[in-house]
Design a protein around this ligand. Sequence first.
Ligand SMILES: [Zn+2]
Ligand SMILES: [Zn+2]
Length: 393
Amino acid sequence: MDTLAEAERLFTQLVAWRRDLHRHPELGFQERRTASLVARTLRELGYAVQEGVAHTGVVGVLENGAGTVVMNRVDMDALPIQEANDVPYASQVPGVMHACGHDAHVALGLGVATVMSQHREAWRGTLKLVFQPGEEGMNGAEVMVNEGVLEHPRPTAMLATHMWNDLPLGVVAATPGPMMAAAEEWEAVITGHGGHAAAPEQTVDPIATAALLVTALQTIVSRNVSPLDTAVVTVGMLRSGDTFNVIPDSAELQGTVRTFDPAVRETVVRRLRELVSGTAQMMGAQASLRLHSLTPAVRNDPQITALVQQVIRDLWGPDALRQDVRTMGSEDAAYFLREIPGCYLLVGSAPQESTAPPHHNPHFDIQERAMVNAVAVVTETLCRLLPPDQPPQ
Ligand SMILES: [Zn+2]
Ligand SMILES: [Zn+2]
């Protein structure tokens, strides 16, 4: 099979699917219209379809002879953003927009489903297509894993793909090892003792304590983490007081921690706890800390990533491949990749001559040809993971 030609032939259909979904975006766990389009299309292509998985997810399975099981995952949800683009396919839902490219992901998932079902001579085994709801901060992948999506049949390898506006059209990134960070969310409350702004000696000032804490937290990355390791500690919210002449009772801070390595994560979290309680104690205040793990790190399997890299080189030549793209952003595909070895790839979707609006921006849009590239690289990799001449299992 000429994968590039097959993907190219689908271009008009990919654009039609993507624009239809772009006009009708749905928030996480509400992807009902999207899911019914997916289920209908998969059934027409001959897949066994399961709907209502993790509320609004869809799983399609195509058996094509004895062999291994390989999974492809795409996400489907939109964001609570008012679209600012003036395009014919702009969102028709006020305050909701596909501003991360998941509309294109659904289209590429259906594109892959189409080529794989029309070219069963090019592969053998079982293909499992997972259309996941609620990626944007909702951990839909974790819900799917808990509902048994990775069983019956259990895949031995998987792929997941994101349109990527930090890379130009024509470039595809497949980075071995950790490539998206583990994320935690934390919240600290400092309780002092309020009073008159002109009589600070009668108070325990939570604002002065919070200010010291924010400064102290900067030493975690600079003094406790090795310069050769990677971590982020950000204070994203600091709230206290109501007026100029009152020292308030308490201050509240919220932030996030991002790490690649579990040992680094442990160090950062330990120091966060120590600095919150130590700074409060030093100032005579009380402090509490609540820490919540959002997602593990996305870790790409070296062997499957090497295969994806070879596919990229074979399809477009060595200049199309990037193997060093990492981000401290997080992605709930990590819940799948923690159990099944795989590769999370980033497909360049920015214009070649200029920069593109970033993901989650009201002006976000993609170069739609990126969908052709995504279908080609995913389909070709799936065929090589499911070779037609593999020995029976
Ligand atoms: Zn997003
Ligand atoms: Zn996304």
